[in-house]
Ligand binder design. Structure first.
Ligand code: MN
Length: 259
């Protein structure tokens, strides 16, 4: 009798051990950028933020092989979509490019769109940053302002700051019931800002969870899916510099990744 319960206890301990081992240090895939055109890279700020929050950062290099993309997604526990270039408007939401459109990288557009769709399909937690938020919206059927200064004339908020990303420069108002408000434990905060594009028509299935004072969408979530956080600002800037304001966003991602 004693022996049997002892063995059962040992077995349960072993289960917890194995479970704990497999779920601690989750692998966080970070979507690659073309770098200077000759490298597959990600800004180190994302890497440092994932490390700070207790995850294992891995770079996902841009490619267009469906089998490789599928394997990449099934090999990671969570996905971070990084910021970067403008999104090709004609290819992605059927709009002619305006003169103020910046550099676009078609190969990265296709890669990012495929990654986001696969991650949602496979129920992988996602943190979509800046361009990542815009791509999430486009992938789900929304559109973008190609250039805020020329297309959203009433906006007088500086969305492309001149000082380093560890500093926050404009305020945002956060929806009370949102996951973002819960994580940051506030309904208003100050964020950094490095974008001239933003969400115009919101895709079906998304809800706005934060806006800047000029109405620009600064965060969205997927209705009924608390595993996807999309934000227009860069939490990795302050987090990698040692500030704790946005650390809960990375902690949450890693927690969800470990489930
Ligand atoms: Mn902004």
């Amino acid at each position: 009798m004693i022996k049997k319960s002892f063995l059962t206890g040992l077995f349960i301990c072993l289960l917890f051990f194995v479970y704990g081992q497999s779920k601690s240090l989750p692998i966080i895939g970070i979507s690659g950028t073309p770098g200077n055109g000759t490298s597959s890279s990600v800004p180190n700020t994302y890497v440092l933020s994932v490390l700070r929050a207790g995850g294992v950062p891995v770079i996902l290099p841009i490619n267009d092989n469906p089998a490789v993309l599928e394997k990449m997604i099934s090999s990671i526990d969570a996905l971070i979509m990084t910021g970067g270039e403008d999104i090709d408007p004609l290819e992605n939401y059927g709009e002619e490019p305006v003169r103020a459109l910046g550099e676009v990288v078609p190969a990265r557009d296709a890669f990012d769109k495929a990654l986001i769709k696969l991650a949602i399909q496979h129920k992988i937690p996602v943190l979509a940053v800046c361009r990542g938020q815009q791509m999430l919206n486009v992938a789900m059927g929304g559109t973008l302002y190609q250039d805020i200064p020329s297309q959203l004339r009433h906006s007088n908020v500086k969305h492309y700051q001149d000082i380093p990303g560890k500093y926050c420069t404009h305020s945002i108002i956060i929806e009370k019931e949102s996951l973002l408000a819960k994580l940051l434990q506030t309904e208003s905060t100050t964020v950094n800002s490095f974008h001239h594009q933003s969400i115009k028509d919101l895709a079906p299935g998304l809800k706005v969870t934060a806006r800047a004072k000029d109405g620009v969408i600064e965060a969205v979530e997927i209705e009924g899916n608390p595993q996807v956080i999309a934000i227009q600002f860069h939490p990795e800037g302050p987090t990698s510099a040692g500030y704790d304001t946005f650390l809960p966003i990375f902690r949450y991602l890693i927690e969800e990744a470990g489930k």
